[in-house]
Design a protein around this ligand. Structure first.
Ligand SMILES: C[S@@+](CC[C@H](N)C(=O)[O-])C[C@H]1O[C@@H](n2cnc3c(N)ncnc32)[C@H](O)[C@@H]1O
Length: 415
């Protein structure tokens, strides 16, 4: 398969067919699922019987996700559940090796030895995940910008300026600008750079960097008169779509490297004039929409059920109470919620919870499909770039085990 418009559109159509056939199930929120007893209505009958017969529990749910992640044979499961899991893997650009081969830049286009290490002092405020992301993105941007002879980088949604400040130090000859609409983030970013300069006794200076507090839209980005690279680390919701549209419209935007996130904040065409999804004419013409539940689900990744099981379990317990008509439950923070017993201890003493017992564990079945939903959103963006005649690819920019939101969209103009 080649990374051309027709093939990307074909993968998108398969994702759409899958999503539409499970829409009722994927479109309901986990709380709603328990609250309205959707277990008995939208949950596929064969799966329900299997879970009931095997007394499916939390451990088995984790096992299901692990099997999914290791791409093992799901031979113990009923036929339709097997097909569902297999299709989730087949349609995921994160898991299907065929797509990895055809839709992605085959290798990171810089030699391994070129990878830059973040200076110790620059790590202020960053955790290991952020350090990994910043060093990968920096090395990549530095290499490609030099290759394309570009010396102006705009980082939108720069937050505390982790990437922006690293770019300024690494690309001394370039001008770097970071935009964010949050005054707290921008003052934090400026304060952080001042602190680094102070701690380094003036050795680390950021005179080629400026932060600007501003809402980023196409109007703002289209004002740029010099050739520039447009980048972002985890740009929320519509910001990624804004970046992609700018790249297509502004001839000065020579290169785009975008890693998105927070798909829940995307606005959709069917309910908003300024929409961020879908972008491609294939999905627009099909009148396709995800709806809020699936946008939320796209923000998860299968590993998250193993990492934040307790958080998900808390939703499940809250829903169980809501189902019994108990609303407005106050839960003490910083308490463990591993078991139903733990949860009961953490809620207000005045809430009458007698006779309510733990229920089935179905979060796993939802969360395995999150990779298909995220794949669809990313492929829609890729297709839009291809539809507009650009050379665009996906890049596995981060190690998925360290940073699961790991795919970047790369596009550049040769002229
Ligand atoms: C998920 S955070 C990422 C921050 C930073 N890039 C990082 O990786 O640490 C997204 C940031 O984008 C900013 N943002 C979202 N939409 C924006 C827009 N349209 N204009 C400016 N900033 C925006 C938010 O304020 C937030 O700081």
């Amino acid at each position: 398969m080649k990374n051309d418009l027709k093939n990307v559109a074909e993968v998108i159509s398969k994702c759409v067919a899958f999503i539409n056939s499970y829409r009722e199930f994927l479109g309901c929120h986990i709380v709603e699922f328990y609250e309205k007893n959707l277990w008995n209505t939208v949950f596929p009958h064969e799966w329900r019987s299997y879970f009931e017969e095997t007394c499916f529990n939390e451990e088995m749910a984790n096992d299901l996700v692990l099997k999914f992640l290791e791409e093992k044979d799901f031979k113990d499961f009923p036929e339709t559940l097997r097909i569902y899991l297999k299709t989730c893997l087949d349609l995921s650009i994160f898991h299907n090796p065929e797509y990895q081969k055809d839709l992605f830049e085959t290798s990171i286009p810089y030699p391994q030895k070129y990878e830059k290490k973040i200076p110790e002092l620059l790590k202020v405020g960053m955790n290991d995940k952020k350090i990994h992301e910043v060093s990968k993105l920096c090395s990549f941007l530095d290499f490609i910008s030099k290759d394309l002879d570009l010396d102006f980088v705009i980082d939108v949604g720069c937050g505390k300026g982790y990437l922006t400040s690293a770019l300024a130090l690494l690309m001394r000859e370039s001008r770097i600008v970071g935009f964010d609409y949050s005054s707290t983030q921008i003052s934090g970013a400026i304060g952080r750079c001042d602190l680094i300069t102070k701690k380094s006794r003036g050795k680390l200076q950021f005179d080629n960097l400026c932060f600007k507090e501003s809402f980023v839209d196409k109007v703002l980005l289209n004002k740029e008169q010099q050739p520039f690279v447009l980048t972002s680390l985890h740009s929320c919701g519509n910001l990624s779509s804004t970046m992609i549209a700018t790249f297509c419209e502004n001839s000065n935007c020579k290169m785009l490297l975008n890693v998105g996130c927070c798909y829940n904040m995307l606005t959709e065409k069917h309910d908003n004039e300024n929409f961020g999804f879908p972008l491609s004419s294939v999905l627009i013409n099909a009148g396709f929409s995800l709806g809020s539940r699936m946008k939320n689900l796209a923000c998860h990744f299968p590993e998250s059920i193993l990492d934040s099981k307790e958080e998900i379990t808390k939703h499940h317990y809250r829903a169980m109470l809501q189902r019994k008509g108990i609303e407005d439950v106050k839960v003490e923070r910083n308490r463990t919620h591993k078991t139903w017993g733990d949860y009961l201890k953490s809620i207000s003493k005045s809430t009458n919870v007698s006779g309510i017992t733990d229920d089935h564990d179905v979060e796993a079945d939802f969360v395995v499909s999150s990779s298909v939903l995220e794949s669809l959103i990313i492929l829609d963006r890729l297709l839009y770039l291809l539809e507009n005649g650009h050379d665009a690819k996906l890049v596995n920019i981060f190690d998925r085990a360290v940073s699961p939101r790991c795919i970047a969209i790369l596009a550049h103009k040769t002229k």
